[in-house]
Design a protein around this ligand. Structure first.
Ligand code: XBP
Ligand code: MG
Length: 242
């Protein structure tokens, strides 16, 4: 069977396009203070909590851990409360990104430009909120950042979070391409499992929050994308080492 040519690159956001999680952590702690909660997540705890994809899901998970009685709270009231805390967190995160707290990881912009020049499509498949993506890429690329992406999947389009493949399946549909014609880029085991479950060969670039994750089944695991160009990707894509 002829091997599909590489036609699109699908990028995760947090931890892949940029090292954002320490800024997310600061934003969570800021929101807890604003919300009158005496919670303070430290690096070690947050690294564990990242096993739960999605900020709201992560707050709920933690709340259940520290206060099992909270389960008696009316479900709607609880969701409203968590939604409010997450709004405060998202506002704090957006402010931090707008003031330059985050830059793209090495090699990301160069590889995206090279791919676009070569006529490949780019897409985004993330768990995070649309405003967070816009803040990051507007700051890193400019106000016309959205023009670079044929499709964007995020918390507003894919409520079933990674490791479920929903967001990647949405992107394959939007791109009108088979998984065999695409490569995914991820930083975490939840992300790798999500992309792999959608049939995507996946390049993993771990970071300080995910270095201990299991990346079995990845096409390649590299420190970052600074040494990766399109020719290299095409070679990896031709001969998946899975
Ligand atoms: C990683 C996540 C996100 C962020 C926080 O996203 O799990 O939840 O940690 O963002 P990605 P929100 O799939 O890009 O790696 O608070 O907006 O959920
Ligand atoms: Mg990620």
């Amino acid at each position: 069977m002829a091997h599909a040519a590489l036609q699109a690159l699908i990028f995760d956001v947090d931890g892949t396009l940029a090292d954002t999680e320490s800024v997310h952590l600061a934003a969570f702690n800021h929101a807890f203070k604003e919300a009158g909660l005496d919670w303070q997540w430290d690096l070690a705890l947050y690294t564990q909590l990242l096993d739960i994809s999605g900020g709201k899901e992560r707050i709920l998970h933690y709340w259940k851990q520290v206060n099992p009685d909270m389960l008696a709270i009316n479900a709607n009231a609880l969701q409203d409360r968590i939604g409010r805390i997450h709004e405060l967190k998202t506002a704090a995160y957006e402010n931090a990104v707008n003031s330059g707290a985050v830059s793209l990881r090495p090699g990301v912009l160069k590889l995206m430009d090279e791919a676009l020049q070569a006529g490949l499509q780019l897409a985004i498949a993330t768990t995070t909120s649309p405003v967070n993506i816009a803040a990051l890429l507007r700051h890193a690329i400019g106000s016309d950042w959205r023009m670079n992406f044929s499709a964007i999947g995020d918390a507003s389009t894919a409520p079933i979070k990674k490791p479920h493949p929903q967001v990647y399946l949405q992107m394959l549909q939007a791109l009108q391409l088979p998984a065999a014609a695409c490569l995914a880029f991820e930083d975490s085991s939840n992300g790798l499992r999500s992309a792999t479950a959608a049939g995507l060969a996946t390049v993993v670039t771990p970071n300080s929050f995910t270095a201990h994750h299991d990346f079995a089944g990845a096409l390649k695991v590299v420190p970052d994308l600074s040494q990766v160009n399109l020719q290299q990707l095409r070679l990896w894509h031709l001969a998946p080492a899975r």
